[in-house]
Design a binder for this molecule. Structure first.
Ligand SMILES: Nc1ncnc2c1ncn2[C@@H]1O[C@H](COP(=O)(O)OP(=O)(O)OP(=O)(O)O)[C@@H](O)[C@H]1O
Length: 331
């Protein structure tokens, strides 16, 4: 069991039933397979309605899947063994209004059946980890959103879980608040914890996660490091060469189509030329062509697609949603 992955999801399906006599149904997850290794920070990405919350609820045992199996650290999702080993920060955690940070932690500690002395000593350490020392006796309702999220992280860590599931931990935070949460997540990862993060903020995920999964319409579109995903969707989006040039406009207008490049005028009279450049020889050829046409090069940059571009490409790949699903019989 010690070798079991932090999260192991096999062919998970979820069908919701709705309406009169549950006659309407909707397949929110359609055969998701996912493995999260121990000790990694893993990001779950997907557009609204992709099924991210449904997947998280299945992992936590809040919602039952209608097919497949999920395990946390070798324990069936939702079992006592799994629940004891996972810490959860929900999207909008509301603390009781009359609690101070210390009282809130005591409240959650008791819910987890922790001993009073253990709660006291862990609360001190955790308030230190999340940067709330000195503010622990203030009412939580007077906290900023960032402080509440940091206290939420401390709450999730109180029973010393090996795996943390964080649902939109930086939603609604300013850049300072977001960087504080990132700092804490990195510290937790350095302590050997596994962090599973659901976030809409792609930059965030790119900065903090080792690997990401992209989910859309209930199906996984890709899993890997941001650079592996870039390669996976390379066919749709290759590396680009962005060059700031100046010179005779008529020469530029001729050269643009020859290089299959886009030209955009810049405010200072220069031009931004954007062309595909998958290899160094593509770069050399473009530069030689510009220089031999007496064009001056002011700035040159080779850009890989951003995670946002990869995400959009992954989400827009042909969906087989209209094909019959191979959903297994309900369990
Ligand atoms: N209890 C429910 N009954 C019926 N349909 C549901 C239920 N919960 C979710 N759904 C549907 O399942 C799909 C996936 O929802 P889910 O909340 O998992 O998506 P999400 O990726 O978390 O979206 P968001 O980013 O907007 O929170 C959506 O189409 C949603 O309307």
């Amino acid at each position: 069991m010690t070798d079991a992955p932090a999260i192991d999801v096999r062919q998970i399906h979820k069908r919701y039933h709705d309406g009169w006599f549950a006659r309407k149904s909707f397949l929110a997850l359609r055969g998701v397979d996912l493995t999260v290794r121990r000790g990694e920070a893993f990001g779950l990405l997907g557009p609204n309605g992709a099924g991210k919350t449904t997947l998280i609820k299945i992992l936590l045992g809040i919602v039952r899947s209608t097919g497949g199996a999920a395990f946390l650290l070798g324990h069936p999702a939702g079992s006592r063994g799994a629940r004891q080993r996972v810490g959860y920060l929900p999207e909008n955690l509301n603390f009781p209004a009359h609690h101070t940070a210390l009282q809130a932690l005591r409240f959650y500690g008791r819910l987890n059946s922790l001993d009073e002395a253990v709660i006291r000593s862990r609360s001190r350490d955790l308030l230190d980890l999340v940067g709330l020392v000195g503010r622990e006796t203030e009412l939580v309702r007077k906290y900023s959103k960032g402080m509440r999220q940091r206290l939420g992280l401390a709450q999730a860590m109180l029973h010393e879980p090996e795996l943390l599931i964080l649902d939109e931990p930086t939603d609604g935070l300013d850049p300072v608040g977001r960087s504080e949460i990132r700092r804490i997540i990195t510290r937790l990862k350095n302590q050997g914890k596994t962090v599973f993060l659901n976030s809409h903020i792609l930059q965030e995920v790119e900065l903090v996660c080792d690997r990401v999964a992209i989910l859309a319409t209930g199906k996984l579109r890709g899993v890997g490091t941001p650079s592996e995903l870039t390669t996976q969707f390379h066919g749709a989006l290759s590396a680009r060469l962005c060059i700031e040039v100046s010179g005779a406009p008529e020469v530029l207008e001729q050269i643009g189509p020859q290089l299959d490049a886009e030209l955009q005028p810049l405010p200072d009279g220069r031009w931004q030329l954007t062309a595909h450049a998958d290899s160094q020889s593509d770069v050399d050829r473009t530069v030689d062509r510009l220089r031999s046409s007496n064009l001056s090069i002011h700035k040159l940059e080779r850009k890989r697609p951003t995670l946002e571009e990869v995400f959009l490409s992954a989400v827009n790949t042909q969906d087989d949603a209209l094909l019959p699903s191979s959903e297994p019989a309900h369990n």
